[in-house]
Design a protein around this ligand. Structure first.
Ligand SMILES: Cc1ncc(COP(=O)(O)O)c(C=O)c1O
Length: 462
């Protein structure tokens, strides 16, 4: 169009998108008739599409990312200043924002000391898996190489990240997978009945199932356990009482590295800097991505303890004995520059406190909706990371049909409120509505989200 794009006339943009863009995670056949949604602008909690329609975004950019909200000029400025000073150099060298963000990040993570930069959550997890494999080779003759992951958890989209993926529908048709990844049962107490679990001490029982898998596989073959602190796309699963204590105990007992995937929870989402900090756990490796710079720049990190780090420098006489890995865009300086400012905003605006307070308010409000809508089987979550599991019947807990759940999402969208739902992930269990507004959410925003959900449930389920 050569600059001929008239203000407010986005018809060419829509046509170019329809002709040439392959959108993520969506079937394109409907776009032969209708148009894809194109998001043009964002400010605070709200975004506007190509038709000028305003939406209240209750999912922080669709996938738990824009934690400090849209339109933050100070982040844009920090990135601008950094880019004209130095945009990039490979990560074998350091950079000013890389060093300063690592220092700031580590100050929020007692017990952790080292930050490895990369550019997506999947890639950060891959780095952790590679470290586990290399440690197995260096220390255990290659034997202690298996990585345990949990049913319903998700760790990314690459083939090896999917090898650690506990969502069968996400994985379907993309195998064969990387060997050496072993599944352990999920810890969703609401579905304990489906697992044949006892009614009492479910948390300990669910963690004990991990031990059973370790014993079955042989503890000397298991190198790491990779878990989300609160499962995100698998249905917003908050861990049951007693679960994490027992998990930590099991990892110590069998000398298994605990890798916590904070790609969603990391940097404030649950009301603490990291989700694991809600449960008093001490991990060996932590991965994070989405909220690290709230989507203002691509950045992901793998953070480790000094003990893990030391395993890669203990014998410098061996030319193979270091982490022989690179991420080209892990050397982009925009990421840490944005991340420093993102963290400053969270601190200066008291967003962790706001997240806890608004999260409690939203959880209570969702709970109150249960009185009006028997289709809500359970509400759960931590901070501004919440879910409502929909069922056909509260006694049997038969999941609501995915198409009905999607109809609720569609109805909210029509009302100008963007919510999420588990989708095409878990066979038969894509029945949880997901809410993750930005950490700046106010009571008014939450009331507006709940008002839309209330109306949608009424229209879809009667
Ligand atoms: C828990 C978790 N881990 C990892 C990922 C993958 O992150 P990315 O899409 O940045 O590769 C996601 C993405 O949704 C996620 O939810």
């Amino acid at each position: 169009m050569d600059g001929a794009l008239k203000e407010n006339d986005l018809s060419h943009v829509v046509a170019a998108d329809k002709a040439h863009v392959w959108h993520h995670l969506i079937q394109h056949k409907p776009f032969e008739q209708g148009d894809p949604r194109i998001i043009i602008e964002g400010k605070g909690m709200r975004v506007w599409d190509q038709k000028g329609k305003e939406h209240l975004d209750a999912v922080s950019g669709g996938v738990w990312t824009v934690n400090v909200g849209y339109g933050r000029e100070s982040i844009a400025k920090a990135v601008y200043d950094q880019l004209i000073k130095l945009n990039y150099f490979a990560g074998s060298a350091g950079s000013i924002p890389g060093a300063l963000f690592a220092e700031k990040l580590i100050s929020k993570m007692p017990g952790m000391t080292r930050t490895y930069y990369t550019n997506s959550g999947s890639e950060a997890n891959e780095k952790a898996f590679k470290m586990v494999r290399q440690i197995a080779h260096k220390r255990y003759g290659g034997k202690k190489h298996k990585i345990l992951y949990r049913d319903r958890d998700y760790h990314g989209t690459t083939i090896t990240a999917l090898s650690a993926g506990g969502q069968q529908e996400r994985n379907a048709q993309y195998g064969p997978y990387t060997p050496g990844f072993v599944s352990v049962p999920h810890c969703l107490e609401y579905r304990a009945g489906d697992q044949g679990a006892p009614v009492e001490n479910y948390g300990e029982w669910a963690a004990d199932q991990i031990e059973q898998v370790i014993l079955r596989e042989g503890p000397d073959t298991v190198g790491a356990l990779c878990l989300e602190p609160v499962t995100a796309g698998g249905g917003v699963i908050t861990p049951p009482q007693g679960y994490w204590d027992r998990v930590q105990e099991i990892c110590k007992k069998y000398d298994i590295l605990l890798h916590i995937d904070e790609v969603v929870c990391g940097v404030g989402r649950t009301g603490t800097w990291f989700g694991y900090q809600q449960y008093g756990v001490q991990p060996d490796m932590v991965t994070m991505a989405k909220g690290v710079a709230s989507g203002y720049a691509a950045i992901a990190c793998l953070v480790t303890t000094e003990e893990v780090f030391d395993m890669f420098k203990d014998d410098a006489s061996d030319p193979m004995n270091y982490f022989r890995d690179i991420s080209t865009f892990g050397g982009c300086t925009a990421g840490p520059a944005a991340a420093i400012e993102n963290m400053r905003i969270i601190e200066d605006e008291g967003l962790l406190e706001n997240t806890s307070a608004m999260g409690d308010y939203m959880l209570d409000s969702l709970g109150a909706l249960m009185d009006k809508h028997s289709v809500i089987g359970q509400v759960r979550g931590k901070g501004l990371f919440l879910g409502a599991e929909l069922v056909q019947d509260r006694d049997s807990r038969t999941p609501a049909e995915e198409k009905m759940v999607q109809a609720v999402v569609g109805d909210c969208m029509a009302q100008g409120v963007i919510i999420g739902a588990t989708n095409r992930s878990l066979p038969g269990y894509n029945n949880t509505l997901c809410f993750s507004p930005a950490l700046i959410a106010t009571k008014d925003d939450i009331d507006q989200i709940l008002y839309a959900v209330d109306g949608a449930l009424k229209r879809v389920f009667g």
